[in-house]
Design a protein around this ligand. Structure first.
Ligand SMILES: Cc1cc2nc3c(=O)[nH]c(=O)nc-3n(C[C@H](O)[C@H](O)[C@H](O)COP(=O)(O)OP(=O)(O)OC[C@H]3O[C@@H](n4cnc5c(N)ncnc54)[C@H](O)[C@@H]3O)c2cc1C
Ligand code: FES
Ligand code: FES
Length: 1337
């Protein structure tokens, strides 16, 4: 940061240390500054847009008026450093470390197993820490609000919540506090009643108490800075931008007059993302943060005047204070605002975003503007010319210039009136999920009645999410004035509103029919809400609403809840020595380092002096010829060192199927065409915009599976499996159904984006690759091929990976090779870290699937014949698509014996980014189709789905479709235990009773069994190696070929070594894995990592113990150190490699048979949900999971895998939706648009139980690999939703939907619950317009 103009000094504190920045650049954000300038890398980058919480830090400020210190969490990625003048920043490093003292929050998160990959952990720590600074004994409600802005892709949140809850005084027993009974009070859950069952995953007694006196104090120097009598204007000149922060309103207005086009930046949550993602550029930015007038609050009997600079969190607190002081009828607007302020964004954004910034941004989905608009609020604005009042009405909201602020004006405050007598105000919003998600549609509605009547004298309806701005139904409202509040008026209102506010079929955001349905569904909710309030005031004056249709059931939004539950597992044998850790819930071996921010990820590594940054230019065309690439303008930019293209690849530019750099042709949007290497990422990124590529489009462009089938565009031949004789069977059955079901893809959304560092060495063309990869050897191979050098020159290091889920199997190899070519060309180390939107664009995800089925069955539900066909969307290159389709076929039968079954499958080649491995690998898609037709058969036979499932389930030792023998005993045990644990039948009855009482909200319940086959189809994929050294001080170093992805493999390997060597775990160290220590590794995937590497570590340890045996028997009372030293003295090698050859497996596709899988994981899950038929929202009430983990090496790790996978499955089946344009452009490229489950999406009750006393002789210590299987159990939530939808449709006299597509989003649920409102919305004729997005399955 060295700029020519003279800047003021930027003074702030970080972790108690003063920072003076003399060249503060307004374009630099706090996250960057912490990580790159101060080298505080605990704070992580996850999205750069404020939506994931990975970068959460605490800011403390002294309020200039009250002199009180305010602590609040922020997302550092959106905080310009210039805004920090006078602030104290606390990062994860500032609250505790392993070198000093670990903070109780850090300790509890780690010991409570709230960390897996650890990438989200510092953000979680800082959110909870900030909460505790303000509320040392937080309530559950405060915890819900606090964690809503932090995403975790690994854990499923339950253990994180527990760690947070442990600070609340009400957290006495386990996790089941709150309104319901504590789990330990329930007879059956008392551990002593089940002697071999344990429910304690950690020792709460070990936790240090929270001692607020130990926290950093607010620096007195900053208190003094707040006084600042001179209030001088601060100016910071950056490379391109100048930041000006006046101290008085007068100076601010003068500045605004001088620079009318300069934006005022307050929270930077609107401006910041626009500057970053839309590349809006401002040479001057003005900060009004020091102007006291913008933070003033005035409360009078006519209303509240709130300073425009107040944060939304402050507004929420002010409203919470004011509301109880006023009569209810006066607080209609305040309550409506309060309601939305709970769910608007996450806590961090609410802490940063200002009221003025929110209003002035006029975002089309603003949650507050519709309410402020219908509430007739007034904007108090000022300029040098004077002050003015502007109504915050529909003209203002539509952006009309004559109703808006002039460029030189500043919004000083907002007047929010108390509601008038007989005025009613409501607010509605429907988002993809409950918290931290932009609304799909929202609305503010107000009505004023003539005294003591229900005659409308004023009506306002403003919608968000149905146009490019917030829109008012003003004409409709005008026409309804004078009407009475009755059903006729409602009908008329719906008709008028739909006529007035239209959305073209091609409207951005899609979901046109759904959005229009929501508009009138909200109107209906408003109608009922007002009717109910009128009736309360005058019980005889209005018609009764039948209980079933009552407003309470219709209006109540689902509560925001936190997950709680019991996790039970088999207790270790009492005879096992206390030192032997196998079978015990040991904390993740990096847990504490994750929580203190000390765990180093790829991009946390220090910069080398000549290190360059890489940014890539990607194709904007789905299928085109590259005519030319002109990089001259890019090369001329400051800091740019080189532009790398296919021509610079010295060896192989990938394969013909999958190029590293596009060569002659591009085959999808997002394909890497070239890369810019520069001295900073910003320079590299800016230069990518200047590379000019001329394309010539090529036909056809294939986007969907249907397109591919039509063009016969496939990857590999059709695969087929068959048993019995389906033709014959179809002749014999009572009924036949045929159908198809579409299954959407999924983004991995590992919290750490794809990351690689390439460091060329001076000699012999050697290179070190530091990469976030599941497959180090493949990465090594790709780099070696690209550079045309032998593999022995490339050492690939993987310390840890911040989540992978299959997405870091093949892609890191390609990206590392891209970076290695750049390193080779420039001769410099290269850092290549994908930004979230590039990661989502470039790398594919889970394969979307189209399943078609023809099922023959008897009237009693017995399925005799099934003819199934699968097509998956493989994207533009083969990657693992052929394997995925094979797995989908091999595993499709799930838990069922279908005597006559034929399944065929094919991977389609399309012009989408190439899809790849993803947890479950075809099974979550394929088995979903099976459960779909299972449910459909039940519906056709008028039988309960669980009965049809039971009837068709494997019962005795049998063979799979690929003719592998297996025993389903534990499948049945899981099913029966799940039935029992979930009290399935009594809860099903309760669900039915609920549904009879409630028309607009319905409940559903479903139980799903699972047979998951673990592993790969080839013996050589199971081989694993390890290297164990014993040093003469007795310490042990273990290396193995598995990668720590968060799944706890290293923890388990230490447990294995500890048992085998009979030494405490503290003697054992496990550093990074690399290809020099353990060569020719196999990808850590397919749930087998711990199985096979455990065998290799065991083998090495056993070799060493064999060597030590004579020494030990000679001196049985000696110590480990004695024996080791004696061995050294006797020249006995203390180093051994271990090897596991792999399981014997084979598959013959010609014959369609093979013993492919070493063993099966069985399980069952029962889920209950409630849906809102008017909005499509759903609430996950409870899930019970029973899993056959055999003997778990580490129950905490394994339960963590089950819960994490289940949560990812819940996202897959109900929430996560990738949207592509008809031209194959991915719209959903960040966590604002692509929602993964957040803390309130988890079932309120989540119980996991591992089946006890089971054996698995195939795997080490009779354990099982559990990495993937839980994913599919998320489908129980999907089928509970379809059960609820079926109840709604039955009641409405509609035919059942036999196959609902996945995911069951609010849109799908709402549109499936068809009613008088959906009927009013005209259907879009898809032929008449080009839709914004299309399904690709
Ligand atoms: C991750 C994320 C999630 C979000 N989720 C939601 C959500 O669920 N619902 C929702 O409604 N919104 C949501 N938002 C949007 C958020 O509410 C707005 O970005 C925020 O309120 C803007 O306030 P700000 O202070 O950050 O504005 P800034 O970005 O600082 O400024 C925005 C604009 O307002 C102007 N401005 C600011 N103050 C004044 C003033 N006093 N006078 C004149 N002009 C002024 C600036 O010139 C600028 O053009 C989300 C945003 C993010 C980043
Ligand atoms: S990186 Fe800042 S919120 Fe995601
Ligand atoms: S532990 Fe939360 S993202 Fe991995």
């Amino acid at each position: 940061m060295s700029h020519s103009k003279e800047s003021d000094e930027l003074v702030f504190f970080v972790n108690g240390r003063k920072v003076i920045e003399r060249n503060a650049d307004p374009e630099v954000n706090l996250l960057f500054y912490l990580r790159k300038t101060l080298r505080l890398t605990g704070t992580k980058y996850g999205c750069g847009g404020g939506a994931c919480g990975a970068c959460t830090v605490m800011i403390s400020r002294c309020d200039p008026v009250s002199k009180k210190i305010r602590h609040f969490s922020v997302t550092a990625c959106l905080v310009p450093i210039c805004s920090l003048y006078g602030a104290a920043v606390t990062t994860v490093e500032g609250i505790g470390s392993t070198k000093t003292r670990v903070h109780p929050v850090q300790e509890r998160l780690a010991k409570g197993h709230g960390t897996q990959c650890g990438f989200c952990t510092p953000g979680m720590v800082m959110s909870i820490y900030t909460l505790l600074r303000n509320h040392p004994e937080p309530s559950t409600e405060q915890l819900v609000e606090t964690l809503g802005g932090n995403l975790c892709r690994c854990t499923g949140y339950r253990p994180i919540v527990e760690s947070g809850k442990s600070f609340s005084p009400s957290s006495s027993c386990c996790k089941m506090n709150g309104e319901v009974k504590c789990c330990l009070d329930q007879e059956e859950n008392k551990p002593e009643n089940k002697s071999n069952v344990c429910t304690k995953l950690y020792e709460k007694e070990e936790f240090q108490p929270l001692d607020p006196t130990q926290e950093l104090i607010f620096p007195p120097e900053l208190m003094r800075m707040v006084e600042d009598p001179l209030k001088k204007v601060l100016t910071f000149h950056g490379e391109r931008t100048t930041w000006i922060a006046p101290g008085t309103l007068k100076d601010l207005l003068e500045l605004k007059m001088k620079h009318p086009n300069a934006p005022l930046v307050v929270g930077n949550t609107s401006l910041g993302p626009d500057m970053k993602f839309k590349e809006n550029f401002y040479p001057i930015i003005i900060s009004p943060a020091r102007i006291v007038e913008l933070f003033t609050v005035t409360n009078t009997n006519v209303g509240l005047t709130l300073g425009a600079g107040l944060s939304l969190a402050q507004v929420k607190d002010i409203l919470a204070d004011v509301i109880p002081q006023l009569p209810k009828e006066k607080t209609q607007i305040y309550r409506a605002l309060s309601k939305h302020l709970r769910t608007l964004a996450g806590q961090q954004i609410r802490n940063m975003a200002s009221l003025g910034g929110h209003i002035m941004s006029r975002l089309p989905t603003s949650d507050l503007n519709p309410i402020l608009g219908v509430g007739k609020c007034i904007l108090n604005v000022a300029s040098k010319e004077g002050i003015q009042q502007i109504p915050l009405n529909d003209h203002f909201l539509s952006g009309a210039t004559n109703a808006s602020l002039k460029p030189e004006q500043v919004l000083v405050s907002v007047f929010i009136p108390v509601s008038r007598k007989r005025e009613f105000v409501s607010a509605f919003r429907q988002a993809p999920c409950q918290q931290n998600a932009l609304a799909i549609v929202n609305a503010g509605m107000s009505v004023l009645f003539k005294d003591d009547t229900d005659t409308i004298t004023d009506l306002s309806i403003i919608y968000g999410g149905v146009g490019p701005t917030t829109v008012s139904a003003s004409k409709s409202c005008q026409k309804l004035i004078g009407r009475c509040w009755d059903e006729e008026t409602l009908k008329e209102a719906c008709r008028l509103v739909l006529d007035e506010i239209t959305l073209p079929g091609s409207a951005p955001g899609g979901m046109v029919e759904y959005r229009r349905t929501l508009m009138i569904s909200f109107l209906f909710k408003f109608y009922l809400d007002v009717l109910q309030q009128l009736k309360k005031r005058d019980p005889c004056g209005y018609p009764d609403i039948s209980k079933k249709f009552q407003a309470t059931s219709v209006l109540g939004d689902f509560p925001l809840t936190l997950p709680r539950g019991v996790q039970s597992f088999e207790r270790v044998d009492p005879q096992q020595t206390p030192q032997d850790p196998v079978g015990r819930p040991i904390m993740h071996h990096s847990g504490i380092k994750h929580a203190t921010g000390e765990a180093e990820f790829c991009d946390d590594m220090p910069l080398l002096t000549d290190e360059l940054f890489l940014a890539v230019v990607t194709s904007t065309r789905p299928h085109a010829r590259i005519i030319s690439i002109d990089a001259s303008e890019a090369l001329a930019l400051p800091g740019v060192v080189d532009v790398v293209t296919a021509q610079d690849v010295p060896g192989d530019n990938g394969s013909e199927e999958e190029r590293l750099y596009a060569q002659e042709e591009v085959i999808c949007v997002g394909q890497i065409v070239c890369a810019v290497a520069a001295d900073s990422y910003t320079h590299a990124k800016q230069a990518t915009e200047k590379v000019k590529i001329v394309y010539q489009d090529i036909k056809p462009v294939i986007v969907s599976i249907q397109d591919a089938i039509q063009h016969k565009s496939f990857i590999g031949p059709e695969k087929k499996l068959e048993q019995g004789n389906i033709e014959d069977a179809f002749q014999r059955v009572d009924q036949v159904i045929e159908g198809e079901v579409h299954f959407g893809g999924q983004e991995h959304f590992y919290m750490e984006t794809q990351s690689v560092r390439v460091v060329p060495k001076a000699e012999d063309k050697e290179m070190d690759i530091y990469v976030s990869s599941q497959d180090a050897a493949f990465t090594q191979e790709m780099v070696a091929y690209a550079l045309g050098i032998p593999k022995n020159r490339i050492n690939c290091h993987v310390k840890r990976v911040g989540g992978a889920f299959g997405g870091k199997s093949s892609k890191p190899g390609l990206l590392a090779a891209v970076a290695a070519v750049a390193a080779n060309k420039t001769g410099c180390p290269i850092r290549f870290i994908l930004e979230r939107e590039d990661d989502m664009l470039i790398t594919g995800g889970r394969h979307p699937l189209l399943g078609t089925y023809k099922i023959g069955f008897m009237n009693n539900g017995k399925i005799e014949a099934a003819d199934i066909e699968y097509h998956i969307n493989g994207g533009c290159t083969p990657d693992d698509s052929e394997l995925v389709i094979e797995y989908a076929l091999l595993k499709l039968e799930n838990a069922y014996k279908i005597p006559n079954l034929r399944v065929r499958g094919r991977a389609c080649r399309t012009n989408l980014p190439s899809n790849t491995a993803f947890r479950g690998f075809g099974f979550p898609q394929g088995a979903f189709v099976t459960e779909t037709w299972m449910t459909a058969v039940a519906a056709k036979c008028h039988l309960p789905p669980e009965k049809v499932r039971e009837l068709n389930m494997f019962k005795t030792i049998d063979r799979t479709i690929h003719k592998q023998e297996f025993d389903p005993k534990n499948l049945i045990r899981c099913w029966e235990k799940c039935m029992e644990d979930s009290s399935y039948y009594s809860r099903k009855k309760a669900t039915e009773e609920f549904n009879q009482q409630s028309y607009w909200k319905k409940r559903g319940i479903a139980i799903i069994p699972m047979k998951f086959s673990v592993g790969y189809p080839k013996t050589c994929y199971y081989q694993a190696a390890a290297l164990v050294h014993i040093y003469t001080d007795g310490s042990v170093l273990v290396a193995h070929g598995g990668v720590e992805l968060g799944q706890g493999i290293n923890t388990k390997m230490i447990q294995v070594a500890s048992r085998e060597l009979k030494i405490p775990m503290s003697y054992i160290h496990l550093g990074e894995m690399n290809t020099a220590t353990v060569p020719n590794t196999i990808a850590t995937a397919a749930s087998t990592g711990a199985d096979v590497n455990g065998r290799a570590v065991q083998n090495a340890c056993q070799t060493l113990m064999e060597r030590l045996k004579p020494i030990i028997s000679q001196s049985p009372n000696g110590t480990w150190e004695d024996w080791v030293n004696e061995a050294f003295a006797q020249s006995i090698s203390l180093s051994a490699t271990g090897y596991f050859r792999g399981y014997e497996v084979h598959m013959d596709w010609e014959k369609g048979e093979g013993d492919i899988y070493p063993y099966f994981v069985f399980g069952a899950a029962c889920s209950e949900v409630e849906i809102d038929c008017l909005t499509g929202a759903h609430k996950n009430i409870r899930t019970d999971i029973v899993m056959d983990a055999s003997f778990s090496i580490n129950p905490a790790v394994d339960i963590g895998q089950i819960e994490g996978a289940f949560t990812q499955g819940l996202g897959l089946y109900t929430l996560e939706e990738l949207k592509y344009s008809p031209d194959g452009v991915l719209h959903t490229r960040d966590p604002k648009q692509y929602k993964i489950p957040s803390v309130t999406d988890i079932p309120e009750e989540l119980h996991v139980s591992l089946l006890t006393t089971t054996q698995n002789p195939k795997a080490i210590y009779s354990s099982k690999g559990l990495g993937e299987s839980g994913m599919f159990l998320g489908s129980s939530v999907f089928f509970a939703i379809t059960d609820a939808v079926a109840a709604a449709r039955r009641e409405r006299g509609l035919a059942p939907i036999l196959a609902m597509d996945s995911p069951a989003t609010p849109e799908r649920i709402r549109m499936a619950c068809a009613d008088q409102f959906t009927d009013l919305v005209p259907q879009i004729d898809s032929k008449c317009c080009k839709p914004w997005s299309i399904p690709v399955a």
